[in-house]
Design a protein around this ligand. Sequence first.
Ligand code: BGC
Length: 738
Amino acid sequence: MQLQVGLLSMMAVACAPTPKHTAGPVYLDPDAPIEERVEDALARMTLREKIALIHAQSKFSAPGVPRLGIPELWTTDGPHGIRPEVLWDEWDQASWTNDSCVAYPALTCLAATWNPEMAALYGKSIGEEARYREKDVLLGPGVNIYRTPLNGRNFEYMGEDPYLASRMVVPYVQEVQKNGVAACVKHYAINNEETHRHTIDVDLDDRALYEIYLPAFKAAVEEGGAWSIMGAYNLYRGQHCCHNQRLLNDILKGEWGFDGAVISDWGGVHDTNEAIHNGLDLEFGTWTDGLTMGATNAYDNYYMAEPYLQKIERGEVGTDELDDKVRRVLRLTFRTAMNPYKPFGSMRSEEHYAAARRIGEEGIVLLRNENKTLPFDLDGMKRIVVVGENAVKMMTVGGGSSSLKVQREVSPLDGIRARVGDRAEVVWVRGYVGDVGGEYNGVTSGQNLRDDRSAGALIAEAVEAARGADAVVFVGGLNKSDRQDCEGTDREGLELPYEQDRVIEALAAVNPRLVVALVSGNAVAMPWVEQVPAIMQVWYLGSEAGNALASVLFGDANPSGKLPFSFPVRLEDNGAHATDSIFPHDGKTYYKDGIFVGYRWLEKEGTTPLFAFGHGLSYTTFEYGAVTADRKSIDERGTLNVSVEVTNTGDRAGAEVVQLYLADCESSLPRPVKELKGFEKVQLEPGETKVVTFPVTVEALKYYDDTQGRWVAEKGTFEAMVGASSADIRGTVAFELK
Ligand code: BGC
């Protein structure tokens, strides 16, 4: 009987309609079309209320219109978890005790899954947390292109390829917004280095702009339907990106028809006139550097506050621009804070931890695996030695605005220990001392990592422990401190810091069962690559870091991640550095590498990378059949299907990311050797075969012709190449565009 009652009430819950919230005095039916509600609200507002609506009132909120019951608009970082509450007018955390979150893997890891379903799961999960914390705008995801391995913020972005980033950003945005939370896609645009980020003036040719740096933003807007976008700190052609006529008015709002709100980066606004006329809608963080420095109670002096009002009152400017901004902020508010059907969200649920773990497991990239060093077989193992600071260091604290306060974070060492249990002894030794800090904006890791021993002593200890061990796992890489993977600064070189190369070489010399697991958001140099049998790119994996790593080490998860950016052997092999068009001394830079970013540069130069874009191994093997096309040519309207059979020829289930690259055999403008234009992750049981088909239309063949200012496809021969990475093409088929 009791059971029946329980079931009935559960059914009642499941069948209940989505609840409707009534927020404030709603003059129009909340179900009225948003545009009607916008016009209605606008008509009721005074000039001062309009001005108030378009700039911040605290570090992360804008005031709404209290008199009309239009609520405050609350933003939050983003993009890897929900930032802890900060004090009203300070960066320091407010020490609430209800605001710890689940940390999801960094966006480089998400991109490395090459799985749009993981992007959807990520967006859904983080969107639910944002909603539960009553945030209206999530400051993320970031889709700036990975141009140099030195950029301190690459870990917050989705790699070097515009196609991959575009396919991954769309589901993230869509799923976040299903929660009545706006995604705020950042940092628009060409924000590719942190050095002098507020003052660097970037220029580049239109081909590079349209083909490389804008597509992910365009996809987020046109396909993802993003409700807000964040202007970047840097300048483009002499104008700051937060009030840039070409980027915001001409391209974003003009060409792409963006109807949402342009939000400034924190401290990215510099001029009232430009802010009025050049497309900015909502101003945040003025008189701050977005990180630490900040003037107190500066809000009335924001560029779009009193100075704007005075210009209107003096008759220097009309109110058309203001009304457009207010409409956009109201639209944002009606879509989020005043959405009557928004769900309630959820926080720290087991589903969210499971999502974080799954994305982590799918994003880890197995770079090298000689002699089947991995996965480990626990049978017969007595002693596993784990070496390295990153095996124990909490990585969710630090790195700038993406820093979090987590409910829990499983370190690599704890993850390995939990997986091994009492079946073997797990010993940890330090190996090197990197960053012993563990505080960001008042959130502390609680770890004391201080160690005053010399590098020599630490290496000797590690070598002693590693000798004779059944397996050695070195967990190193970068961390979230300045000049590592951290906002506001860039790295100083491609090398691993803290003499880690020495540690790795010493370990390799005494134990052949060495695995190097690199925790980072960037490529690093590996002078020891041939001496180490197994190498994994582990990223920043958030709350479930250690569990996800252990799953892959011990074969519970079969790795299926692929690199979302190239690992060059040397820094000079990267296009931005080879052309010396980065970190300018005079504050201005012209991107001389043009469209040749990442693998496009390496392939043009014929340079072999350390690890290629798209590379990643599995514990099973995949065989590709012949690559075929269902026709020999297409025209402007046709679709050609490129197909390949992929078979799992190994003895365990696994997933392969099958990649399609297209090449234009002859063209009037220089084009890359090949470009990614399709991918699909297929799950295969041992012995199973699946056919993967990529539809190709003329859109995929186009390049941006900057002499004509439009996308063109030239008639002639093209090649479709299908492979397991950009450097591992398994079959090619030629076709004509007629
Ligand atoms: C960062 C943004 C961030 C904002 C708010 C800025 O410093 O560049 O990415 O969303 O601060 O914290």
